[in-house]
Design a protein around this ligand. Structure first.
Ligand code: NAD
Length: 433
């Protein structure tokens, strides 16, 4: 099938690469000419395991092309995916300006029947929004359909997730349109749910909001653990083994960040308010998450007495492991607290350092590895649960630190093992024996 993908971010580029790998002819278009030029030369704009290999394989086989010419991409393709960014506005509403611009570009180019697919996470009513824009701006008198097909991939395992989705949601206006999408996804052999467009649009937000809720719930229980002597690991193990609940997304820590959960929770609260629904549950989810870093930082301040002049080795800057994405990363919030109290930050992240430098500038020291960060540090702070941090030589870490104190914001270490090396260990909601 001939496919166009508008937007070559985490979702668009992975989607394009996977469709090409499945044997389709894919044109990926973006307004960012530097990004496109790099992609034409096989250089990825961000870190995602396995992506570079997949893109380059399909580039050399001629199944994927990169262009800034959206007109050409639209005219050569039957199905056009919109995978542009949908950030939050100040009031929590989803900013649809990138979607609007993409729809206008499609409208100008569309010269025959096309199916336009909203893959971006967009609120209920956006299929109609895109349809109206194309209808209003189209150059040629042609038919088209708009479909909602939300994306559920996770950064860090985006290729695997795209090839093995738990479900494929297709919100189509009619059966023949749905059938074209079914044909496209059929070879994955995964469950497909065909719905009306509004339900498809809501499934994505409801899923992300539910996952965010699980995290905030675990964090609220962790706070109670700290006051009562219970241990969050034990409690959530006991809770998660109930098959009605499940063990995932019950890890306590410094909270969720990233480009999806914070904005999607905000957006669902906003959408609800437009329909006179006060979504109090989600407001609490957000509030609990917003309290995570202030609470964690208070713990740090209490232990360290004063922050001024103290050296903090921050391990992990990205919002989660296996990505260089720094959007809404909790590390930034924590580092800003430390800096404003005149603490010194030495940071290391396996992938996110180049992006972190753009956000945090010269305010902190960037290290080559975890050991360089830990050298002469007064405390080690885990912000992201990268696997390599779990495998550090802790004897060595203890020897090179000025004072062996660990603040484990992701509960990656076994408190007992750390005690064995002689660290002062502080996790989130954990019993320290
Ligand atoms: P991103 O910011 O990484 O990428 C967006 C891309 O779109 C950029 O390269 C930008 O230059 C391009 N773009 C913007 N306007 C354009 C236009 N008019 N024409 C062509 N290109 C344009 O975004 P992302 O993280 O890939 O997210 C895209 C959408 O997918 C969002 O709605 C997001 O909520 C959703 N989503 C993201 C993830 C994730 O893990 N990142 C997962 C599921 C869903």
């Amino acid at each position: 099938m001939n496919i166009a993908v508008i937007g070559t971010g985490y979702v668009g580029l992975v989607t394009g690469a996977v469709f090409a790998d499945m044997g389709n002819d894919v044109i990926c278009a973006d307004v960012d000419s530097i990004r496109i030029e790099k992609l034409q030369n096989g250089i990825m704009p961000f870190y995602e395991p396995g992506l570079s290999e997949m893109v380059n394989r399909n580039l050399s086989d001629g199944r994927i092309k990169f262009t800034t010419d959206i007109t050409q991409a639209v005219q050569k393709s039957l199905v056009i995916f919109i995978a542009v960014g949908t950030p939050s506005k100040e009031n929590g509403e989803t900013d649809l300006s990138q979607v609007e611009n993409a729809a206008i570009s499609i409208a100008k180019a569309i010269n025959d029947y096309r199916i336009i697919v909203n893959k971006s996470t967009v609120p209920i009513g956006t299929v109609k929004f895109v349809k109206d824009i194309i209808e209003k701006n189209k150059t040629y008198d042609v038919e088209f359909d708009v479909v909602s097909n939300p994306e559920f991939l996770r950064e860090g395992s985006a290729i695997y997730d795209s090839l093995n989705p738990d479900r494929i949601i297709i919100g189509a206006p009619s059966q023949p349109v749905a059938l074209i999408l079914i044909e496209l996804y059929a070879s994955l052999g995964r469950p497909m749910i065909i719905t009306d467009v509004e339900s498809a649009e809501l499934i994505k937000y409801a899923s992300n909001a539910f996952l965010a809720m699980k995290i905030s719930f675990a964090n609220a229980i962790a706070d109670l653990c700290e006051k009562t002597g219970a241990d969050i690991d034990m409690v959530m193990k006991g809770v998660g083994l109930d098959h009605r609940i499940g063990p995932l997304f019950l890890q306590a820590g410094i909270g969720y960040g990233g480009s999806c959960f914070p904005k999607d929770v905000k957006s669902l609260i906003h959408t609800s308010s437009k329909f006179d629904i006060d979504f109090k549950l989600l407001k609490a989810v957000e509030e609990i998450n917003n309290q995570r870093i202030p609470l964690f930082y208070n713990k740090i301040k209490k232990v360290m007495n004063s922050i001024e002049g103290k050296v903090f080795a921050i391990l992990g800057l990205s919002f989660k492991p296996d990505t260089d994405d720094m959007r809404e990363a909790k590390s930034v919030e924590l580092i800003n607290y430390i800096i404003s109290d005149k603490g010194i930050v030495k940071a290391y992240d396996p992938a996110a350092m180049p992006i972190a430098k753009k956000i945090l500038g010269e305010n902190i020291q960037y290290c080559e590895n975890a050991y360089e960060a830990a050298k002469d540090a007064d405390a080690l702070v885990i912000c992201t649960e990268w696997r390599e941090f779990k495998l550090l030589n802790m004897q060595k870490i203890k020897e090179i630190m000025k004072t062996p104190i660990i603040f484990d914001g992701r509960n990656i270490y076994d408190p007992k093992i750390k005690m064995r090396y002689g660290f002062q260990y502080y996790g989130v909601g954990r019993k320290i024996i």
